[in-house]
Design a protein around this ligand. Sequence first.
Ligand SMILES: Cc1cc2nc3c(=O)[nH]c(=O)nc-3n(C[C@H](O)[C@H](O)[C@H](O)COP(=O)(O)O)c2cc1C
Length: 343
Amino acid sequence: MSSLTRARATNIDLAPTSLMATYYEQRASAGLIISESTWVSSKAIGFTNIPGIYTQAHVEGWKLVTNAVHKKGGKIFLQLSHAGAASHPDFFDGDIPRGPSAINPQITAFTPTGFKDSVTPVAFTIEEIKETIGDYQKAAANAKAAGFDGVELHAQIFTLIPQFLSVATNQRTDEYGGSIENRARLLFEILDAMKQVWGNKRIGVKFTPTAFNPGILKPDEHTIPTLQYILDKLNSFDLGYLHLVRPATDLTGTAIEPLQENYFRQIRDRYKGTLIANLGFTRDTGNKIIEEEIADLVSFGKDFIANPDLVERFSGNWPLAKPDADTFYTGNEKGYTDYAAIG
Ligand SMILES: Cc1cc2nc3c(=O)[nH]c(=O)nc-3n(C[C@H](O)[C@H](O)[C@H](O)COP(=O)(O)O)c2cc1C
């Protein structure tokens, strides 16, 4: 089960709740659950009602979740996340969010009072970058204290790590900007910090390198060489897995058109470790890519929202229920824990 933000941490502490424990428990038959994206610090926030993993209340709340999943024989990793400049001053008492450079990513942030446009961030100082890496390490340690089986680094869409990887949002002239090696430095320093806590095999990393995000952070001529550099370097990191989201759109005529055909085969040929393929798979296409030995595992997102027993449904080749998009990020039990299992 891939990470699904459901925005149900509806308390001032952003602590996981017993309702969230019920939701994850219902889905425990997934071989491995990756939790929803979770803030590594109070400075990482960029969306409303997303849980954190930086206070004791967070650790206690997540224990409810990990205990519930383990009781049912499941495994669960925590996804660690930072919004970077994809945020809004409303989350920081008016303070301006930090980003790689003072460049507005031009996205909308879901604040407690509705959707608001992102602003021009203040560029991270080197000291703040080091502090942020320390926040990831503390969050990884808290995840361990909360009983998780491992951690997944969120390097997805338009959040902190992709902001550093992209020339559109990173115009730094120090060791965190410019060359590919410099733009990718933060990613690998964070992974190093997480390794101090978990060792390499209990860490995964998730990317969407081909996503045409809202705002200015889009694939460009730097994307393919950057991806190749990351894949090569990840080989030496020997992580538990690489979790990759495939192109969601037609890449014809774009700067990353060469990735269009046989995307996962191209990745497989370069990346030597365990590969999880994601986006739009079905029972049959998922089985096929594994039989062809292109991916080692397949993850499912949306299908787990309305089908807590997705694994049983796939086993029996039973029909799938459709999720209600209106309750993805709002509501309480409705559209969350009220989807029934068939059995
Ligand atoms: C409601 C919703 C919330 C999501 N939240 C996250 C998230 O917090 N972190 C993440 O890495 N991906 C998130 N995703 C992406 C999914 O994990 C997955 O990559 C995507 O839905 C494609 O897989 P699918 O076609 O099986 O749904 C979210 C997707 C949806 C629909």
